[in-house]
Design a protein around this ligand. Structure first.
Ligand code: GAP
Length: 437
């Protein structure tokens, strides 16, 4: 019997993430800090694998997309031009009694959801974090922590286009941190104040924006399916006019059916020529593109694909989290796709004697040259399997007494729990092929 997802999935997942070294509460020894999380040894591997998969699919395997890595702190005029200083706001109300703050759309009527007290009038709250550059803390030294990575790409549009000699249509992608002073962060790493984005901006001729929007919607859906997310848990949602961000002409969200409902996983936006025109206006620099072939000059439209790395990681964990009953006992297993699983193989000597640990170490060393392996000799074999199941390790290799006699080992499949005997000489290629499946 397999019971996937129930009301407590989030609680169980948070606890598994701590227990198995995926994600820890930031500053836990001081009581934690709201909505900030740290990635442990398993989390950091999973995150790296997701980022590598994105980079490979979106940049290195394509001729028409270049990579970039821009700084978090940028000229403050960037954020005036982009519209974030004026428009990147959420409507906020305060409770006059308990002083709690809420996003306006989170409350009904004029009553505080916490204590029933009276609420203030709505005011706009800017989500950008401010800081000061240099030793003087005055208006002139204000800089912002970027709330999206996109603007660094727009500011470098011509630098990249000219140095890479790309012709429109082409794209620029980057992965990096973004910061938003969210009023209502929550749901573990779903909405936090510090997060990582994987964004790609595709520059196109103005009258081709619709077809490129369709192209990227399809590509990006396909990417999540290839990542290993179940297709029936994904859908596209088109923004109505009151949902559109200030820069968007049209927008679609790729949504996932989280335990707390359908929510945005990635935004795909037709940003038109809004951003480049704003930067032309505020910087006084010509950011138009000259098409040599047709001898015409235009300001490109931009189709943006904006994914959250942490949110994608959360989705892979939720999608993979499975509880099963095996011979009357509960088994928790993370059925992560093997290409993103942090560990690929667990290696165990059946017992800690008779030369089994020595042979198991040898096997580990040989496998480690190619992939992420974890050696474990402590505790009962069943418990070692369960530990790797919870981490999501696709294969476990066990060295037993037969191994000492005929140089074969058992290879256990995480999902089916089937065990096959494989010759040690063939182990690398056997597992290599399975991991490629
Ligand atoms: N450049 C466009 C842009 O930033 P967005 O829809 O505001 O668009 C894109 O954000 C993605 O970034 C979201 O789909 C989500 O995955 C991620 N994201 C946004 N805010 C987030 C937050 N507070 N915590 C975690 N991820 C967030």
């Amino acid at each position: 019997m397999s019971t996937n997802k129930n009301e407590n999935t989030m609680d169980k997942l948070v606890s598994l993430c701590k227990r198995r070294g995926y994600i820890f509460q930031s500053s836990e020894i001081y009581g934690g800090i709201n909505s900030c999380w740290d990635y442990g040894p398993m989390g950091v591997e999973l995150k790296k694998n997701i980022k590598e998969f994105w980079w490979k699919s979106m940049i290195s395997s394509r001729e028409d997309v270049e990579g970039l890595d821009t700084s978090i702190l940028m000229h403050p005029k960037i954020w005036e031009a982009s519209g974030h200083v004026d428009s990147f706001t959420d409507p906020l109300v305060d409770c006059k009694n308990c002083k709690k703050r809420f996003r306006e759309d989170m409350v009904e009527g004029n009553k505080c959801p916490n204590c029933g007290g009276e609420l203030t009038d709505t005011r706009q709250f800017n989500l950008m974090f401010k800081t000061n550059m240099g030793p003087v803390e005055d208006e002139a030294s204000i800089v912002y922590l970027r709330p999206e990575t996109a603007q660094g790409i727009y500011a470098n549009f011509l630098n990249v286009q000219k140095s890479s000699r790309q012709k429109i249509p082409f794209g620029i992608g980057q992965i990096g941190k973004a910061f938003r002073n969210e009023i209502t962060p929550g749901n573990f790493i779903f909405r936090t104040r510090e997060f990582e984005q994987m964004e790609m901006q595709y520059f196109v001729k103005p009258d081709t924006d619709r077809e490129w929007m369709d192209y990227w919607k399809e590509e990006r859906m396909y990417w999540y399916v290839n990542l290993g997310i179940r297709k029936d848990k994904l859908r596209l949602h088109e923004h109505s006019s009151d949902e559109l961000a200030h820069y968007a002409k049209t927008a679609f969200d790729i949504q996932y059916n989280f335990p707390f409902g359908w929510q945005e996983l990635e935004g795909i936006h037709n940003r038109s020529d809004f951003d480049l025109k704003q930067h032309i206006k505020y910087s006084g620099k010509d950011l138009s593109y000259f098409n040599e072939a047709t001898r015409d000059r235009f300001v490109p439209y931009i189709i943006e694909t904006s994914a959250g790395c942490d949110r994608t990681l959360l989705t892979t964990l939720i999608d993979a989290y499975t509880e099963e009953e095996v011979r009357g006992e509960k088994r928790v297993v993370l059925k992560l796709s093997s290409h993103i699983a942090p560990l690929k193989i667990g290696v165990f000597p059946l017992v800690k004697r008779d030369g089994m640990p020595e042979l198991a170490r040898k096997v580990t060393d040989s496998l480690r040259k190619k992939t992420m392996v974890f050696y474990d000799e402590s505790g009962a074999i069943g418990r070692r399997y369960r530990r790797q199941d919870e981490i999501g390790t696709p294969f476990c290799v066990t060295i037993d007494s037969e191994s000492l006699e005929n140089s074969t080992v058992t290879v256990r499949d995480r999902d089916t729990m089937e065990q096959l005997r494989v010759n040690i000489d063939k182990l690398n290629s056997f597992i290599g092929e399975k991991l490629r499946d």
